[in-house]
Design a protein around this ligand. Structure first.
Ligand code: GAP
Length: 436
């Protein structure tokens, strides 16, 4: 299958089955905005919850926050974003569309003309106004990264928790960038979500913790089920690094539309805390409770795009295969990430006893797992429908179930079926759907 073809197929499956819809579609859409539908929301939530569990819940040295999307504009002055967060663009002299100068742009992709202005710098912070007046005093910005609140709140967190260096602050939330060239489905959008960690350390330890966090990121990539062959770790040269970074490694993934950045790991030094200390006049130093040593902590930042995680998992999982001369499309998600864990079917929908029993089993399982009840069409069709959304298991209640109290459990990947006692279902799913 052509790579391009796969992207189109994934985009179309996402729309047809309710993973991701074009945003504002009934009004003709809004350039590159996307809405997560019912299954996409489940998948995205599963990824975010698993990330939180791995990096916050199961660690002693991490606490989480959930900060405001709009911060005091002085934050962005101090962080350098108002000055440095730019894209270099050229403008077509004929149609005035602006583009990133990627390689040697010889022809305008919009009108085909070949004359451009000299490259100019455009800030990509997304602006809005707070309050009823729209003057420069009310101008604010949507955060372009979740990171800054973790620096701005650093002292409050230190004072309200028992964390000592080294420790980290984590956050999941939306970020906004007025991207000049959004595109490739949910890969680059103007509104997206990040999962970020700011890990505070002593300057002398930065190399150790940089390596440590690279390993942690690899564990996470493994957890997402991404094939190591599709992942590349790229050292970013000094002139390409963000203004705050002294070392950056990008994690690239082989998306069907090209090998592109999935995540990043940066050594932000003491850049942010030092600048916020200067700009706010507040003391942001850390005092070691035992030695009394005072210093501005340095920071290692592993950053993970949520939407790019969803997209990579979709691309990795998308499979078309032939089963007994029939095509089947399967989303082979790691089972613990599947939007629907278990689908429950009565063998026949017009047999009241079967339907009643199936509903009992369904109501019991849904207390713990995201489940779906389906009595539409024949069993083969139901399996295909569930395969296409990546449902991990299908449970069928038949006449034997009424007598013997067992059901058929069918595995999405092997398509093998086994009889399991209704009483043992919870134990069975607990061990097969666990992510520990
Ligand atoms: N705090 C550091 C930071 O924001 P970044 O490399 O600019 O670093 C981090 O962004 C991650 O956020 C990226 O690796 C990517 O996963 C995601 N991301 C960035 N821009 C995005 C966009 N326009 N659309 C979707 N995801 C984006």
């Amino acid at each position: 299958m052509e790579k391009r073809d796969i992207t189109d197929k994934i985009v179309s499956l996402c729309k047809r089955r309710g993973f991701v819809f074009p945003g504002s579609e009934i009004y003709g859409g809004l350039a590159n905005s996307w809405d997560y539908g019912p299954y996409g929301t489940e998948l995205k939530n599963n990824i975010k919850q698993a990330w939180w569990k791995m990096f916050v819940q199961q660690r002693d040295d991490m606490v989480g926050i959930d900060a405001a999307l709009i911060m005091n504009p002085k934050v962005w002055e101090a962080s350098g974003h108002l000055k440095e967060f730019n894209d270099i663009l050229i403008e077509c002299k004929n149609c005035h569309n602006r583009f990133r100068q990627e390689g040697k742009a010889l022809k305008c992709p919009n009108c085909g003309q070949q004359e451009f202005t000299a490259p100019k710098s455009f800030n990509i912070m997304l602006k809005t106004h707070l309050g009823p007046t729209e003057d420069s005093a009310s101008q604010v910005y949507f955060r372009p990264e979740t990171a800054q609140a973790m620096f701005v709140d650093f002292k409050l967190i230190l004072n309200s928790t028992r964390q000592r260096i080294p420790f980290g602050i984590a956050q999941i939330g939306k970020a906004f960038r007025n991207e000049v060239t959004p595109g490739n489905f949910i890969f680059r959008t103007r509104e997206f979500e990040q999962m970020e960690i700011e890990y505070f350390i002593r300057a002398k330890d930065w190399k150790k913790y940089f390596d440590y966090w690279l390993e942690q990121m690899k564990n996470w990539l493994d957890f997402l089920g991404l094939n190591k062959k599709h992942l590349h770790f790229r050292e970013i040269a000094e002139d390409e690094r963000a203004h705050y970074s002294k070392r950056t490694i990008d994690v690239d993934y082989d998306f069907p539309f090209g090998t592109k950045e999935l995540y990043g790991l940066a050594y932000r030094t003491d850049f942010d805390l030092t600048n916020h200390q200067k700009a706010s006049g507040q003391d942001l130093a850390y005092t070691d409770p035992i030695s009394g040593e005072r210093f501005i902590p340095h920071v290692i930042e592993p950053t993970f795009g949520v939407d790019r995680s969803v997209l990579a998992v979709l691309c990795e999982s998308y499979t078309e295969e032939k089963v007994k001369d029939e095509e089947r499309t399967v989303l082979r998600f790691p089972k613990y990430l599947a939007p629907i864990k278990i689908a429950v079917f009565p063998l026949l929908k017009n047999k009241a006893k079967l339907v009643k029993k199936a509903q009992e089993v369904y109501n019991d399982l849904r207390k713990k797992y995201m489940c779906e009840f389906d009595d539409n069409g024949n069993i083969g069709k139901r399996y295909r429908r569930q395969d296409e959304i990546g449902t991990a298991y299908c449970v069928t209640i038949d006449f034997d179930s009424l007598e013997k109290g067992d059901v058929t459990v069918r595995d999405r990947d092997t398509m093998k079926q086994e009889r399991i006692s209704i009483n043992d279902l919870d134990k069975y799913f607990q061990s097969n759907l666990s992510n520990n």
